[in-house]
Design a protein around this ligand. Structure first.
Ligand SMILES: CC(C)(COP(=O)(O)OP(=O)(O)OC[C@H]1O[C@@H](n2cnc3c(N)ncnc32)[C@H](O)[C@@H]1OP(=O)(O)O)[C@@H](O)C(=O)NCCC(=O)NCCS
Length: 168
């Protein structure tokens, strides 16, 4: 187990988590900021990449379990590039059935604190597409402010982003 919050458990992801993960990555609404749902094969390779990242770095996106229900989301810390800089980012993606209950902010607060404590990260960042208001609100609730604007090219589209961060 990585962390426990008042309502949630963050734990290492496993190859067996593809089912609940598909409910996020295969949902066109949840994946709006990524220009649409991932196929089954894209979701499987996303999971494989995440497991490799955890093996290499010792951290990555963790499974978020709601006790009595099961895995409802993923949240954790990854190395990311923002233009020429490498930063530690908190990521959060939840099944649509579990939005609007404060779970993303609760899990992401635990991940942010894990990075401050275990990695002694000077700052934790969140890269947010400029159309993703729900994610911006999570970043703000994490105590983050906008530090930069940048554009990422993904799936053939130039996507303006905001880089939020909070310092230790
Ligand atoms: C980003 C995402 C995780 C945000 O989820 P969310 O449910 O809006 O955020 P939170 O879990 O912090 O919940 C906050 C909401 O819960 C409400 N809430 C209800 N009970 C609560 C409680 N006990 N504690 C805190 N908030 C509570 C808040 O009032 C707030 O309501 P609102 O959505 O009407 O503003 C979700 O939209 C998502 O998974 N999107 C797809 C993936 C994605 O884009 N990820 C980010 C990429 S950068």
């Amino acid at each position: 187990m990585i962390a426990r919050t008042p309502r949630l458990v963050l734990r290492e992801m496993t190859a067996g988590d593809l089912g609940p993960l598909r409910e996020i990555l295969g949902d066109p609404v949840a994946m709006t900021a990524y220009e649409g749902a991932f196929s089954e094969a894209e979701s499987a390779s996303w999971l494989e990449r995440n497991l490799r990242r955890i093996a290499d770095d010792g951290f990555g996106l963790w499974a978020v379990d709601l006790p009595g229900v099961g895995m409802i989301g993923e949240c954790g810390i990854t190395r990311q590039r923002i233009e020429d800089d490498e930063v530690l980012e908190v990521g959060y993606h939840f099944q649509r059935a579990h939005w609007h209950r404060g779970y993303a902010t609760e899990a992401a607060s635990a991940a942010r604190d894990w990075a401050f404590r275990e990695l002694e990260a000077p700052s934790v960042w969140a890269k947010v597409r400029d159309t993703n208001l729900a994610s911006m609100n999570v970043a703000i609730r994490l105590g983050m402010t906008v530090r930069r604007r940048f554009v990422t090219r993904y799936r053939g589209i130039d996507m303006p982003h905001l880089a939020f961060a909070v310092d230790r």
